[in-house]
Every structure is written in structure tokens, then in C-alpha cells.
Design a protein around this ligand. Structure first.
Ligand code: NAD
Length: 367
């Protein structure tokens, strides 16, 4: 029996991870700490509300007394930190909250983990910790900056973030590293490529495009659309993190990626084709028969400032040293994801209208 603190568990990847862990480890207790920003949606977790091994705690990772109380109450063995401001475009508009949450919040979690887990000091003055504890930081390939036409990011690629978002994530990684080096806290870091899958907030490329195609709205594509990203199904990201928790070595960084490099415009074209094909079958309860879906919906818009051209992840370390491999091909995963959005129109509508916030009010006012 382990007690795991998952932060940011009401977001896209965090909510998939909470469910993955409850499924995979029925003997674990999972405490989800989330402040519920615009990106946090408890409706993502409505199917596990009654699970006796799951607890939700509303709070800010940067709120030290709150985090300290939570450690005292639940005596965590493991921390997995997903909580973050995560949208590059928002970080260009308002960088400050990115530094506050992503850097200061990480510092508070590390400090409280260290204080709570410390058992004493060794002969050299380094803190010692109780057996089996681990702090895991969920990071991103964006900390490595951008690649040219060739090459891949390995774990030894120098950190060179280009956006305020990636700079805040890189800063957090360095603080995590320093706690491993200076205080010997058992830390690991994973750097993952772009995720896709169910419960993705529709401000990000794939859900935005699916949602706009369904609504016959224009599809805004940055610049020439030739920016290349490496895509991984969110469930494969979850299994990668779980593998690192089980087999990863403290102090190490692991890249997680699926060898699925795609240009943004390729993804948009694929979504247009696939959503159109599906809607033309008439099988879905959606007011769009697919006949007006075409590439004419694409609108090229001014490129994002400092837009990184290409990311690609070398996943050799996690695949060879820890035996992890992704279970989805991109072609299977994207079709399944499109199907999920077509079948979860109410979720999509509530997220787009902001109505999901009422879900929390209703749920918790009853308790
Ligand atoms: P998301 O924006 O969907 O979710 C973030 C969650 O964190 C939300 O539920 C939000 O309410 C919560 N949160 C924000 N500030 C908080 C605070 N101060 N205290 C507590 N909770 C707070 O993000 P996501 O796409 O699920 O990403 C999760 C993590 O994975 C992030 O750390 C991100 O950097 C990393 N990551 C994401 C991707 C990707 O493709 N989405 C890829 C690699 C790494």
C-alpha cells in the first residue's frame, strides 16, 4: 500500500494518470491536489468519485501551510507533480503566474517532501530519508529548445528553453535536480513529448481542431504549419511515469516519446479527413452531416512569437534501461481520440462554455 500525491490531477494528463494508477495499483491511495484553474475539470474524474482509494483536495501547490498539512494528514510515499500552467500562448501574454506555479510551487513540494521524509543525517551531513519515497517531476521536451531538420533530444541535450512556459519548466527541473544533488532527495524527472488523448482542453492543437471541424469553424494554423512535434498518447505517458516510479533510478532524467514526428498541418489534414469520414456515416448525434467539411476550413494565421520549429525525443534510455514501450501507434491513437470527442460532445460543450466550473460548485455544495 502506497499513498501517492498527484498534483494537477484535474487537468488533462493528471486526470488520465489518477485513473491509470487506481486501475493499475488497486492497493494504492491517490490524493489529487489541484487548485482548479481554468484547465482543471473535476468532471474528468466523475467516474472515480466513489472510489475509496481516491481523495480530492482543492489547494495550491505553492501554498506551503496547505501542502504541509496535507503531508501530515496523508503521509505520502510518492509525489508526482503535474500541476502547472501549461499553455505556451498564455505564457507569452502573462508569464508571471508560470513562474509562480511552475517554479515556486515545485519548490514548496520539494521542501515539504524533504521535511516530511527526512529521518536524520549521514556521517557527511547529508539528510537521510525513509525507505521507498520518491519525488517525481513531470517535465516536457520543450525545455531542450528547438531542433533543426535532424537530430533528437537526449537526456544530455543542454537545456535551452525558448518560451516563458518552457523556461519555467526548465527552471523547475533545475530546482528538482538541486534537491537531488544537495539534499540527496530521491528525485526523478521525465521529459515527455506532446500528448494527445481524451480530456484534452480544447485550446491545444488536436482538441481545438477536432472541436472546430465539428462546429464548422475555421481552423487557425500558425505560420506555414510545418512545425514538427513528436506525439504520444496520454496513456503511454502515464505508463512511462509509472515505469519510472517502479524502476527508475533516483537522480536520473528520462525522456518519454513515441517516435511519432508529425508536422502540425499533417495533423490538421488528418483530423479534417477523419472527422468528415465519420460524420458522413450519420452514426453520431451531431448536427453536422460532414458534407461541408473540407480543407477550405484552414486559415493560416500569424506565427506564434519564438515558435520552436521541431522537437523530437530519443527514448532509448527509458526503452532499454527500464523496458518501457508505447502501446499506441499514432494512427490508432488519433482515430480513437477523434471517436472519443465525437462521443463526448457534452463534455466538450461544457468545457468550451465554461459550464464545467458549475459541476464543481454543484458537486461540492452538496457535501
Ligand atoms: P493542464 O493545463 O491540462 O492541467 C494542469 C492542472 O494543474 C490543472 O488541473 C490545473 O488546475 C492544475 N494547477 C495549475 N496551477 C496549480 C496550482 N498552483 N496548484 C495546484 N494545481 C494547479 O496540463 P497538462 O497538459 O495535463 O500537463 C500536465 C503536466 O505535464 C504539466 O506539468 C506539463 O508541463 C506537463 N507536460 C504536458 C505535455 C502536454 O502535451 N500536454 C507534454 C509534456 C509535459
Amino acid at each position: 500500500m502506497k499513498t501517492v500525491l498527484v498534483t494537477g490531477g484535474a487537468g488533462f494528463i493528471g486526470s488520465n494518470f489518477v485513473k491509470y494508477m487506481l486501475n493499475q495499483h488497486p492497493d494504492y491511495k491517490i490524493v489529487n491536489l489541484d487548485v482548479l484553474t481554468y484547465a482543471g475539470n473535476l468532471e474528468n474524474l466523475s467516474d472515480i468519485e466513489e472510489n475509496k482509494n481516491y481523495v480530492f483536495a482543492k489547494g495550491d501547490i505553492a501554498d506551503r501551510p496547505f501542502v504541509q498539512d496535507l503531508f501530515e494528514k496523508y503521509d505520502f510515499d510518492t509525489v508526482v507533480n503535474f500541476a502547472a500552467e501549461s499553455h505556451v500562448d498564455r505564457s507569452i501574454e502573462d508569464p508571471e503566474i508560470f513562474v509562480q506555479t511552475n517554479v515556486m510551487g515545485t519548490l514548496v513540494l520539494l521542501d515539504e517532501a524533504k521535511n516530511h521524509w527526512q529521518t536524520g543525517k549521514d556521517e557527511n551531513g547529508y539528510p537521510t530519508y525513509r525507505e521507498g519515497v520518491r519525488y517525481h517531476q513531470v517535465s516536457t521536451d520543450e525545455v531542450y529548445g528547438a531542433l533543426g531538420k535532424t537530430g533528437m533530444f537526449t537526456e544530455t541535450t543542454p537545456i535551452a528553453p525558448n518560451s516563458p512556459y518552457s523556461a519555467s519548466k526548465a527552471s523547475a527541473d533545475l530546482v528538482v535536480r538541486s534537491y537531488g544533488q544537495t539534499f540527496k532527495l530521491p528525485v526523478t524527472i521525465s521529459r515527455c513529448s506532446n500528448n494527445y488523448g481524451p480530456y484534452h482542453f480544447p485550446e491545444k492543437l488536436i482538441p481545438l481542431m477536432i472541436s472546430n471541424v465539428i462546429a464548422l469553424k475555421s481552423l487557425p494554423v500558425y505560420g506555414d504549419g510545418m512545425q514538427i512535434r513528436d506525439w504520444l498518447h496520454v496513456k503511454d505517458h502515464c505508463s512511462g511515469i509509472d515505469t519510472i516510479l517502479e524502476k527508475g533510478v533516483a537522480g536520473e532524467v528520462y525522456n518519454i516519446g513515441g517516435n511519432n514526428e508529425k508536422a502540425n498541418i499533417e495533423i490538421v489534414n488528418l483530423i479534417i479527413e477523419n472527422v468528415g469520414e465519420k460524420l458522413r456515416t450519420g452514426k453520431y448525434d451531431i448536427d453536422n452531416d460532414g458534407s461541408k467539411i473540407s480543407k477550405d476550413l484552414i486559415t493560416y494565421v500569424e506565427d506564434r512569437l519564438g515558435h520552436d520549429r521541431r522537437y523530437a525525443i530519443d527514448n532509448t534510455k527509458i526503452t532499454t534501461k527500464l523496458g518501457w514501450k508505447p502501446s499506441y501507434t499514432f494512427e490508432e491513437g488519433i482515430v480513437e481520440t477523434i471517436e472519443w470527442y465525437l462521443n463526448n460532445q457534452e463534455w466538450l460543450e461544457r468545457v468550451k462554455s465554461g459550464g464545467y466550473k458549475e459541476y464543481y460548485e454543484n458537486m461540492y455544495s452538496k457535501k
